[in-house]
Design a binder for this molecule. Structure first.
Ligand SMILES: C[S@@+](CC[C@H](N)C(=O)[O-])C[C@H]1O[C@@H](n2cnc3c(N)ncnc32)[C@H](O)[C@@H]1O
Length: 258
């Protein structure tokens, strides 16, 4: 299905410059390369996502996106598994969250940079539990990883098996597989945040902390209000390492009130 916007013109057979043939505009020869470029871009979207109308696509996602930016290179040089580490680091430094000896639950842990950072911060006395649909390569004696969907895990059973009653912190960098359709992606992100909040409410110690990534949308305000019901203080942080084009924001809840 190709969007009609990509076929706006008909060739000018009259020879007259800028003449109008019925409702059809005539184009200058200089514009042809631009039109071919637009057409190829449209075709690329259509081939990769044939089920979606081109008008619904969030084109900001492909604008000035540099996958190997400064933070990507920094993460590589510092042996972190993803550039996302710097988002958590910034949030942690601002809000003073993760301390030595803490037990932290990392939701959406793969490839593993948040778990790596949390493990460094909690030290040998602390513990980190990660979960993701995708496996991680992080290995440490005080690290447990569940290769699973957060909806499928029998949390009570698994935490009892690990002799964990409550967490000091629940951090979630979960993100849905994006479709490119803005509303759908935002709704799915919000659903993941609601699930993360449910787990936090169930398993946080009093005064515990909660971090959750959200694709900014109309649902942001309501979610913020919900988090406020359970925490003394709630902040919304957009870390410097978040890509400029990204619409993600992090909700940080401090001082859990059971
Ligand atoms: C941006 S990545 C996380 C990056 C990670 N924080 C790091 O620093 O390496 C988002 C992750 O959320 C995971 N995810 C999405 N939905 C999930 C679900 N229902 N259960 C578990 N993980 C989920 C995805 O598989 C993906 O790996």
């Amino acid at each position: 299905m190709i969007d009609s916007a990509f076929f706006p013109v008909m060739p000018n057979h009259s020879g007259k410059k800028n003449a109008k043939i019925k409702n059809t505009k005539v184009i200058s020869i200089k514009k042809i390369p631009n039109i071919i470029a637009i057409f190829i871009t449209g075709l690329r979207y259509t081939v990769s996502k044939p089920w979606t109308s081109l008008r619904n696509i969030d084109r900001t996602q492909s604008v000035s996106y540099n996958p190997k930016d400064h933070f990507f290179k920094k993460a590589k040089a510092e042996d972190y598994l993803a550039r996302s580490i710097y988002k958590l680091q910034e949030i942690d430094e601002k809000s003073k969250l993760i301390k030595k000896g803490h037990t932290v639950l990392d939701l959406g842990a793969s490839p593993g940079s948040w778990s790596q950072y949390a493990l460094k911060k909690v030290g040998h006395q602390g513990r980190v539990i990660g979960i993701d649909l995708t496996d991680v390569v992080v290995k440490a004696p005080n690290y447990t990883f569940f290769h699973d969907d957060i909806n499928n895990l029998d949390w009570d059973h698994e935490l009892a098996r690990l002799k964990i009653e409550k967490f000091d912190g629940v951090i979630s960098d979960m993100a849905p597989k994006t479709t490119g359709i803005k509303n759908t992606d935002q709704m799915r992100s919000l659903t993941l945040c609601e699930l993360a909040l449910d787990l936090a409410v169930k398993y946080l110690k009093p005064k515990g902390y909660f971090v959750c990534k959200l694709f900014h949308s109309d649902g942001f305000k309501d979610f913020n209000v919900k988090v406020k019901l359970h925490f003394d203080k709630v902040d919304a942080i957009k870390p410097d390492s978040t890509r400029k084009i990204s619409k993600e924001i992090f909700i940080v809840g401090l001082g859990f009130k059971p």
